[in-house]
Design a protein around this ligand. Structure first.
Ligand code: SF4
Length: 447
């Protein structure tokens, strides 16, 4: 059960020493009750209090990491039902299923699809994150051959080993030693043997049940065998079931602090129709799935799903920003034009993309306006003549240029005079209002 702020306060040292960053123990206790801080911030808390509070203050959805290294993916740690309340924390892991009944060419193609799935979108690298190998054949030797292939060809990709056969699980997991894999397929029938295999291989345990009640009982049993890292599947397959079960699980974990369902959720949405499957993956992303396993990873599908996932898992209270600096587009020379814009990610990527399209090498000065777009930043007093002049002076770009001309966005033409006044010896040229006019603008100047 969750403890109230006052109940937590009673267990704290009550010295108001402020080492936790809060002015009083009571303020800290209140934040702890809302799960907006963690107990380890108080260095003086007693062992007894840690024992009692540790369980109560643990995140409602257990944090778990799948895989190791740069491509490892975090799951869980969610604290809200709706993204506008705070934010969603760890983006849904997209996993591509490879079956041991797929022919060799199909298996190779799927591995290749995962390895080549990465794209850069507004400064973030997005990809199909994991491979789920499935023991469709029921043959342990066949399954092991697939595990070996994936471990060799996609060594750094996080892996889900899906089987209900402890023998097949054991031989397959042998190829992912030290890689933090997930063993999916623990049921009430194979529980003890599978958990033993998972523990030996240091694998996360993926449990599968028929409905939420059976699922809660199963996670409790797995926990009683000494396993903490669990991923849960309620058996939901239809879209309506996925929506219902995932929502009930998230509600139970967050609103009721119901520990047996406080784990990352895995959904299996494989369908013959790729468009329908894409919709179901989207449902999983929007509604609380930590992992969605899909049957194909076409480029068009990835693009739609990556975009959706990125939008849902972006903090709605923090605009996406890029670093303030002078970016070189192409290979600019001292005679190349200098343009300026703000550091809202989307603005930067659209403007830099259009400069690239123009094939005219240029410098792009990107000014920190707290992630606001040009007009908003201007209206908020963050993109002003004086601030632009300061930024240009401090950037040191003057030393790299033979000219003293700054091209500003057409929407803030009004700033020309103020910039010229503060930036002595410079000429301000008003560029296009819309980024899509930049190529024509730059080419006509270069001609
Ligand atoms: S660090 Fe601990 S003892 Fe000090 S104010 Fe914070 S909660 Fe109280």
């Amino acid at each position: 059960m969750a403890l109230s702020g006052v109940e937590i306060f009673k267990l704290l040292p009550k010295t108001n020493c402020k080492k936790c960053g809060f002015p009083t123990c009571l303020a800290f206790a209140m934040k702890l009750a809302q799960r907006q801080t963690s107990l380890d911030k108080c260095p003086d808390v007693s062992e007894e209090a840690k024992r009692i509070l540790g369980e109560a203050s643990a995140p409602p959805v257990r944090p778990i990491t799948l895989g190791v290294g740069d491509k490892a993916v975090k799951m869980g740690e969610e604290t809200v039902l709706f993204r506008h309340e705070k934010k969603f924390v760890n983006p849904t892991v997209l996993a591509l299923e490879i079956k041991d009944t797929d022919d060799e060419a199909r298996q190779d193609q799927k591995i290749e699809d995962v390895l080549t799935s990465e794209i850069n979108r507004v400064g973030q690298l997005l990809r199909v994150d994991a491979i789920c190998i499935t023991n469709e054949s029921g043959d342990a030797a066949k399954f092991e051959a697939l595990a070996k292939k994936v471990s060799e060809k996609a060594a750094d990709v996080p892996v889900i080993v899906a089987t209900e056969d402890p023998e097949a699980a054991k031989v397959a997991l042998g190829h992912f030693s030290g890689k933090n894999p997930l063993l999916y397929g623990v049921t009430s029938e194979n529980l003890e043997a599978m958990v033993s295999v998972a523990k030996d291989a240091k694998a996360i345990v993926g449990v599968k049940a028929d409905g939420l009640e059976a699922l809660s009982e199963l996670t409790e049993k797995v926990k009683s065998l000494g396993v903490e890292d669990i991923v849960i599947d309620s058996g939901a397959k239809k879209g309506s079931q996925i929506l219902e079960h995932n929502t009930l699980i998230r509600r139970a974990a967050i609103k009721k602090n119901f520990r047996p369902l406080g784990y990352p959720v895995i959904n299996f949405v494989q369908r013959d129709d790729p468009l329908y499957e894409t919709l179901l993956v989207g449902l999983g992303i929007a509604k609380y799935a930590s992992i969605v396993v899909m049957s194909s990873a076409e480029k068009w599908k990835n693009l739609a799903l990556f975009t959706l996932r990125q939008n849902i898992y972006t903090d709605p209270q923090v605009p996406m920003q890029v670093e303030q600096k002078i970016y070189k587009i192409g290979e600019p020379t001292p005679d190349s034009p200098l343009l300026i814009t703000t550091n809202f990610s989307l603005t930067y990527f659209i403007v830099s993309g259009e400069i690239e399209n123009s094939k005219v090498p240029a410098y792009l000065a990107v000014m920190d306006c707290e992630g606001l777009s040009v007009l908003t930043a201007w209206a908020a007093g963050k993109f002003t003549g004086a601030k632009i002049a300061n930024f240009i002076k401090e950037s040191g770009i003057e030393k790299e240029l033979n000219h003293r001309e700054l091209i500003i966005p057409g929407y803030v033409a009004i700033l020309s005079g103020a910039i010229e006044e503060k930036l002595e010896g410079w000429k301000v040229t008003v560029g296009p209002r819309e980024a899509n006019a930049i190529p024509t603008f730059l080419r006509s100047r270069a001609a």
